[in-house]
Structures are given as C-alpha cells and as structure tokens.
Write a protein that binds this ligand. Structure first.
Ligand code: SAM
Length: 472
C-alpha cells in the first residue's frame, strides 16, 4: 500500500503506485486540457505531484513541451537567478565489496587499478584542487569495510578542512558514500559535512536486485531508506538521484519524485539536491549492454520537469555530460555543476594513462575549471563558489524558507559575486579575469536591498586589497 509518510521503502516507493501513475500518464498524454491545467498549477512555483509530472513527461505535443521548457527556465531564474555553483568530485578510494553490474569498482573487476589515497595524498589532491580555485568538494568512495571504513572517511574530512593553502580553503565537503547506519550519519554530521549524497541507482526493486547481485548494497530496503536514517542522524541536507540508463526513465523519474515527496512529507524538508547522472562507458562497463539509455531530447525534458515539480531543490549536472548538453541543461534548471573533474583516484595530481586506470567512468567534458568559468561568463551565468548557507547554519528547512521567501536575491547574488571575485583574483587567467570583473560591475546594481548592495561593494574592495572570505 502506498503511504508517502511510511518509513518502509516499499510503502513510500510503492511499485503499484508507480505503475498506476505511468498508466494514468499514458491515458492522459494527449489530454491538452489536463496538461494545461498542470502547467497553470506549476506556474505558481509551488511544485506539482509525481502523477502530474508523469503526465507532463508523457506528453508529446511540441508546443506544450516548449511551454514546459519556458516554465523550467522561469522557475530556475526565479529561485536561483543565473548563478551556477561550482564543485569538484574527489575520489578517495575505489576498493569496493559490492557487485554493481554497471560500475567498474565492482569486486570482481580485475583490470581496474585499485587505489586508496593516504592522508598525505589527500593533502596533495586538495591543494591541486585549491590551486584550480575550488572551494566545494564531493567526496566519493567505493564501499569496503576494511579499506574504507567510516573512520577513514572522517579522518579524510578532517584533513581536507584543515588544509589552508595560499588563499585557498575547502569550505564545504559533501559526501557520496554507501548507505550506512543512523549512528554513522550522526558522525558524518558532527564532522561538518555539507550534503549527504546517495544515488538510488534505480527505484525498481526487482531490477535493483538484479543490478546489485552481491555485497551490502544489494539490500534494496537498506539503500532506499538511507535518507530516512540520515535525517534521523541529524543530516538535514540530503541529495538524491538515479542513474539514468539502468531502468526505464519513466519508472525512475516517478520514483525519484516520490522519494522527494516522502522526505518533504515526513521531515518537512525535501531533498537539498537532485542529481541526474546518465550511465557512461567505464573500464569494463559497456553502455551497449544496457537497454534503457536515455536520449538527449528525453533527458532535457526530464530535467525541465524535475525543475517544475520541485522548484526549490538544487539540481546538479556532472562532467558525465558534454559541453553542448550542459549548455542546454543550464537553461532548463541546473543550479550546480562540476568543472575540471577527474574521476580517478589521485587524478588531480597525476594524469591517468591508458594502462594505469583507476577511473570510475569516462567524463565527456574535459575542460579545465577556468575554461568552464569562462564559458559560463560568456553564456551570462555567474560561476559561484559560494558555501555561505551551510556555514551560516542555513541548512534543511532554514535554507528552504530563505529560498521560498525570495530573500535569496539579497544573499545569494552578493555571495556569488564575492566568491567569483576571489576566484578572479587568485586563480583566473587574464581574459577570464577581465570578463568576470565586467560581470561583477554590471550585476552589483542588481542587488535589490540598498544596504546589502553597499556592503557587497565594500567587501569587493576588501577582496581587491587581499582580504578573503566575506559572506552574507
Ligand atoms: N559507492 C557509493 C554508493 O554505493 O552509493 C557511491 C559512490 S559512487 C563513486 C557514485 C555514483 O557513481 C554511483 O552512485 C553511481 O550512480 C555512479 N556510477 C557508477 N557507475 C557509473 C557509470 N558507469 N557511469 C556513470 N555513473 C556511474
């Protein structure tokens, strides 16, 4: 039985509710009146249900699809402006006891080079990331109780936060590690993590079990209920996602929105972020072996409709996607992206070579962070290195309240400009510096509140003089 507030996986992600939803969507896909009604509701920017979203996704009428794209763009601008928050993944270890059939970390893979970073190697990686200009990381690791126990992750977080290198510091560490216990989530919270990220991979239980034949990750309920335990452990910023390409996109799109509804209904705060990774080629993984690949045109619609359905949730795109694809997605609701990423363990210090491969998957966007920043400036998006909300304690519902109030314009815009200014002063190439300075001069006057505007101007002058780390 479907129950949005249940803490049991198969009740809040109820297979029969998903199947009914998909049937309802097919039955109504040409019902223009209903689609228009859903779009009118969505225009109020308070979100729509998984059923309504499924109807939008099934609708194939070009004019209505254009309307969805336009609405997604409008909602993105209303809540997130044209800011894009930058981050990079940091792979700590690819030792893994699981048997995930789509991931080259799977325990039986004999060709991938296994590697785990020492604390000294982490220091080197982090300094390399700081020299690029990064302030926000997503830690990634395989699941291995002996090689990568929680103690190792906690020690690594401590190391990362302790590194002050030139003008740099990592100010927010998000963590993407395997599902764990309430007690361990509490320890992660106490270590000062930003968001706890865990992808569901697929919400279809039978398929999940086939894709995860061995290892602790094969337990569907334990994995699906992880965010409930994270919330109980006091982590109120959680990031969800599915790996598109494993299951039919319709099923997982619906499951993803039901998961967001469950978190909102049960804990009063929905997911902080939603990620939309698509399956990539990797060491011993061939995407041709998976029959549910999602084509670009459908992928764009998925992103746009997620934006419409959960207007307050940040949306993340990684370098799994190409430059061209990322350009399109920027306009459809994405608010965070990685840049200059390496998916190999130790890859920021040492380039991968073909015969020495520890990477998790092949990236499509190979540009440096500086190139990504320049491209964003050219597209009139503000590359932001902001980490202010979490450092000011604005997490969970406090963050959502601020976002919903629209006050974020007096807060996020100046923070984006201040952190961009730091990037320009410390890391940018001369031409990027020139473009960025121009943008800052132009956008300073867009800060609505006069006091905030003048304070931001003052802080920008301080940064010019060499001081760092101002925030609203
Ligand atoms: N090991 C952790 C877990 O079990 O959730 C998470 C870390 S894993 C490094 C991060 C994510 O990479 C996985 O959750 C999965 O969605 C994604 N991934 C795995 N194989 C991939 C592939 N071949 N292409 C794209 N993404 C992949």
């Amino acid at each position: 039985m479907y129950n949005v507030k249940s803490k049991i996986a198969e009740e809040f992600i109820c297979d029969s509710e998903i199947r009914d939803t998909l049937q309802y969507a097919v039955a109504n896909k040409d019902n223009r009146e209903l689609v228009k009604e859903i779009l009118a509701k969505a225009r109020e920017c308070k979100g729509i249900s998984h059923r309504e979203a499924a109807v939008l996704l099934e609708c194939n009428q070009p004019d209505l699809i254009e309307e969805m794209f336009g609405l997604a763009r409008h909602i993105k601008h209303r809540f997130y402006g044209n800011r894009i928050v930058m981050f990079a993944p940091l792979y700590l270890s690819n030792y893994c006891v699981n048997g995930c059939v789509y991931c080259p970390y799977h325990a039986k893979n004999k060709t991938i080079r296994r590697k785990k970073l020492s604390q000294e190697e982490i220091r080197q990686e982090v300094m390399a990331l700081q020299d690029m200009g990064h302030k926000r990381l997503a830690l990634e690791a395989g699941e291995h109780p002996l090689y990568n126990p929680l103690e190792y992750i906690l020690e690594s977080i401590k190391t990362i936060y302790s590194i002050k290198h030139k003008n740099g510091a990592i100010r927010r560490v998000n963590v993407n590690i395997a599902a764990t216990s309430v007690e361990n989530y509490r320890r992660l919270r106490d270590a000062g993590i930003g968001t706890y990220i865990l992808f569901q991979e697929t919400y279809n239980k039978a398929n999940y079990e086939a894709l995860h034949p061995t290892g602790p990750k094969s337990n569907y309920a334990y994995h699906t209920e992880a965010m409930d335990r994270a919330m109980q452990g006091g982590i109120d910023d959680v990031g969800i996602g599915v790996l598109f390409g494993l299951e039919t996109y319709r099923y997982d799109f619906t499951g993803l929105l039901m998961h967001a509804e469950h978190l909102e209904a049960t804990y009063g705060v929905g997911p902080h972020t939603i990620s939309v990774p698509r399956l990539c080629m990797a060491d011993d993984i061939d995407t041709a072996d998976f029959k549910n690949a999602v084509p670009d045109d459908i992928f764009f619609r998925i992103v746009a409709i997620i934006r419409i359905a959960v207007p307050y949730t940040g949306m993340i795109i990684s370098t799994r996607e190409s430059q061209a694809c990322r350009a399109r997605l920027l306009e459809l609701g994405i608010s965070q992206m990685s840049g200059g990423s390496r998916t190999s363990v130790g890859g920021y210090v040492q380039e991968e070579s073909a015969d020495d491969n520890s990477a998790q998957f092949d990236v499509s966007d190979h540009r440096t962070l500086d190139q990504v920043v320049e491209w964003l400036l050219d597209l009139d998006h503000i590359p932001s290195f902001c980490t202010a909300c979490y450092r000011e304690g604005r997490t969970g519902d406090r963050f959502m309240t601020l976002l919903k109030s629209g006050q974020i314009a007096n807060c996020c815009l100046p923070n984006a400009l201040l952190t961009l200014k730091e990037y320009l002063k410390d890391y940018a190439s001369p031409q990027v510096r020139e473009k960025g300075e121009k943008m800052i001069r132009r956008l300073l006057s867009d800060i609505p509140n006069e006091k905030a505007r003048s304070k931001a101007g003052e802080y920008l002058d301080f940064i010019e003089e060499g001081k760092r780390d101002f925030r609203f």
